[in-house]
Design a protein around this ligand. Structure first.
Ligand code: URA
Length: 436
């Protein structure tokens, strides 16, 4: 089979057979098919799309390009959550110990900050000593002992995605529903979870800016995951403004501790309870959302979720005493305070602009090789719907040097909008698609 014939067929809008998709994927991983042909093929998929059957075959072939985590011998149920990426999204740090406290085993394989969105691994690595590249043996031991573990993707897991994702990044073919579906699902299935809850973000700070795009991605993830024999729920949630009050690597660890102690911001708690409830239902540990939410609330109120978080920090090499000593104090030295210029209400905080401000500060990165810093970021005193008087502090920005502070400042200033009347509250959970 010739790669050029597969490209021609897709260019003309044809449906590719499994063998034709395999020709491209296996040929690319083995080095037989050159990047220029794979790039052309990606562009045809971008414009022509894929049928559900093609998307499922692509996902399965990508999954089979590497090894899968072996969780045999550890009692389940194994359930994980995946977010399509946002700003201030520290839900994983709260959710994993919370559901572990309820009996779920969460084999969490997370990513790093890229573009304007934050990354769970960067947040965790801001804890002194915390290691995010675990061996499979460590991953297994920690899941069995603490109920969850958090690691990065290894070279052996879905190597096809590693190569394809970098190529998509430089060929303007990232924003394709079948390619995103296959990329995300192949990695999630490889980590060994039996059920998956997808938090598909919608809004300015999300990959999928419109609700229609988010719905299409959620439906594709649910349909393809189901075709691969997994129990799946897609939850579409708002990412129009950052989640919580803190955006930054260690700042978000601090806010996660607040949540685990039961006094976190309302939006983080609402989303953690909702996603956690779906995880419990998917694990057959609760019959409905009401019962599942009550169990999640108890895991926080009893302190058990916090205990498991601390156990995980110790397991993964983190220094709990140092983490607690830095709490509330780990702040870069250059500071800018944004104050309200007139009385009224906060009408919105543009998550995309705040995410970009974060990239300038070193919360996130432009290139995978860029460094990130633990002590930079933003702390909000007000969120959408809060009343402000002229001169009230709205946000504090922490930077390592004047240049990055100056780069972030206009983005933060223009991210905030005000209105004389109280704006209507937008729902955080927009739509839920269950295939349990
Ligand atoms: N995240 C992924 O892992 N893959 C994509 O294609 C998009 C977001």
């Amino acid at each position: 089979m010739r790669a050029v014939d597969v490209i021609l067929k897709k260019r003309g809008g044809g449906e590719l057979s499994r063998e034709e998709i395999a020709c491209i994927i296996q040929g690319y991983v083995s080095g037989e098919i050159p990047e220029y042909q794979v790039s052309a093929w990606l562009m045809t998929v971008y414009f022509r799309g894929m049928t559900p059957r093609e998307t499922a075959d692509l996902t399965d072939l990508m999954l089979r390009s590497g090894k899968t985590m072996d969780l045999s011998g550890i009692p389940g149920p194994f359930v994980d959550k995946h977010s399509t990426g946002g700003v201030g999204d520290k839900i994983s740090l709260v959710l994993a110990p919370m559901v572990a406290a309820c009996g779920v085993r969460d084999p969490m394989m997370s990513g790093r900050a890229l573009g304007h969105t934050g990354g769970t691994l960067d947040k965790l690595e801001s804890i002194p000593g915390y290691r995010t590249s675990l061996s499979e043996a460590e991953f297994r031991v920690f899941i069995a002992r603490d109920g969850f573990a958090m690691t990065g993707q290894t070279d052996e897991i879905v190597p096809a995605d590693k190569k394809l994702y970098s190529l998509r990044d430089v060929t303007a073919t990232v924003e394709s529903i079948p390619l995103i579906t296959a990329s995300i699902l192949s990695k999630k299935v490889a980590e060994g979870a039996e059920a998956l809850i997808f938090d598909v973000k919608s809004g300015s700070g999300a990959f999928m800016k419109t609700l229609e795009q988010a719905e299409a991605l959620a439906e594709s993830l649910v349909r393809t995951g189901k075709a691969m024999g997994k129990r799946i729920v897609g939850v579409i949630t708002d990412m129009g403004e950052p989640l919580g009050l803190k955006v930054g690597n260690f700042l978000e660890v601090e806010e996660s501790l607040d949540c685990l102690e039961g006094h976190g911001p309302a939006d983080i708690m609402e989303l953690s309870y909702r996603l956690g409830a779906w995880m419990l239902i998917a694990a057959d540990l609760a019959g409905d959302l009401k019962e599942a939410t009550a169990k999640c609330e108890k895991a926080i109120a009893s302190g058990r979720a916090l205990e498991l978080f601390m156990a995980n920090v110790r397991s993964q090499g983190g220094d709990v005493d140092k983490m607690l000593a830095l709490r509330g104090r780990y702040r870069a030295s250059e500071v800018f305070e944004l104050k309200a210029s007139s009385p009224g209400y906060v009408a919105g905080i543009d998550a995309y602009k705040i995410g970009l401000a974060g990239v300038n500060l070193g919360v996130g990165r432009n290139k995978t090789t860029d460094p990130v810093f633990p002590d930079v970021g933003l702390v909000f005193e007000k969120k959408t719907g809060d009343q402000v008087r002229a001169g009230d502090l709205v946000c504090t920005v922490f930077a390592r040097d004047p240049a990055s502070l100056e780069a972030a400042r206009p983005l933060v200033e223009t991210a905030l909008s005000y209105s004389p009347a109280k704006p209507e509250r937008r729902p955080l959970v927009i739509k839920e698609i269950s295939a349990l």
